[in-house]
Design a binder for this molecule. Structure first.
Ligand SMILES: [Mg+2]
Length: 311
């Protein structure tokens, strides 16, 4: 029994809290909670109410872009345990982007996402009022939607290969007040992608094709500059780094793209007896994945809808 004359002490206390909240909201008892509350003894306020004052305000400053960045927890081990191919695993990268797409489609106000390796950044539009701009709400919604999607879509990318344990992702929230700051943030992540991918490409080429051990490859690359790494690839392995896949060199930017959807719709006019099929065109948006430079101006000129005007 949920309610009745013999309430447990917990239900008595909890119920009266709910009664207060229900009364506060106008006293509607349409939900299970409301039903519980109506049966509880009426009290002005529960003595436990004060604990609400311990909650801190984490509202994000207005007029700023809100960036939530997720990062795989201990993915070094996760990659080993699931035999990710080195230096890049197409399945793992695909699954990351599938999960990020789910975040963009299910949550509101994300204008661009950028991902590489085991991380993804989600940018909420600067005028967003979603969840009253509360950092913890935004971050936890992004992290949980991403994590559950990663598990949900695992089999689409890894087939029968077993997911051995539940992966986790940490999240952080950072605010960027100007368009330039936001562009610099995204440039920073893409530059990081380039630096890491160049290193990993040379490192694993030295190991897989050059026969070096991992510590020998590490030693070989110590202190080398980008030009040296390009030279090792080209001179010793006939690999032009610039011909490596864009997905690996540039990471993935997810943006909204508008398109017209044409469909047949049955319409019945008053003057006509029967329904008629008519062609209707609706403007819709879908998430598209791009593997291109986002540091230069061209990307931003081609996607003017991402940045909002400075006010
Ligand atoms: Mg990580």
């Amino acid at each position: 029994m949920l309610a009745g004359p013999r309430l447990t002490p917990f239900r008595r206390a909890f119920g009266s809290c709910l009664a207060n909240r229900a009364a506060h909201r106008g006293g509607r008892a349409s939900s299970v909670r409301g039903f519980l509350a109506l049966r509880a003894p009426a009290m002005a306020k529960s003595k436990f109410e004060y604990v609400r004052s311990f909650e801190t305000d984490d509202t994000c400053l207005r007029n700023c872009y809100i960036v939530v960045r997720l990062d795989g927890r201990n993915f070094h081990k996760f990659a080993e345990q699931h035999q990710f191919t080195k230096p890049n695993d197409e399945r793992a990268l695909g699954l990351m982007t599938r999960s990020a797409r789910s975040v963009m489609e299910e949550l509101e106000d994300i204008v661009i996402a950028y991902g590489q390796s085991d991380e993804y950044s989600f940018v909420f539009k600067r005028s967003s009022h979603w969840f009253k701009r509360r950092a913890s709400k935004l971050m936890t919604h992004v992290a949980s939607q991403f994590s559950s999607s990663y598990v949900f879509y695992w089999k689409d990318y890894f087939g029968d290969q077993e997911l051995k344990y539940p992966p986790g992702f940490d999240g952080r929230v950072v605010l960027y007040p100007s368009n330039q700051n936001l562009r610099d943030y995204l440039s920073w992540r893409q530059a990081d992608c380039h630096i890491n991918n160049l290193y990993n490409t040379v490192f694993w080429t030295l190991v897989q094709k050059g026969g070096l051990t991992t510590s020998q490859a590490e030693e070989r690359l110590r202190g080398t500059l980008a030009a040296d790494k390009n030279e090792i690839l080209f001179a010793e392995f006939n690999i032009n780094y610039n011909n490596e896949p864009l997905l690996h060199r540039k990471g993935t930017a997810l943006v909204w793209k508008k398109f017209d959807e044409t469909m047949m719709k049955p319409v019945k006019r008053a003057s006509e007896e029967q329904e008629k099929e008519v062609v209707v065109t609706r403007s819709r948006s879908r998430v598209v994945a791009l593997h291109c430079d986002i540091i230069g101006d061209q990307f931003w000129q081609e996607h003017p809808e991402i940045l909002e005007g400075e006010s």
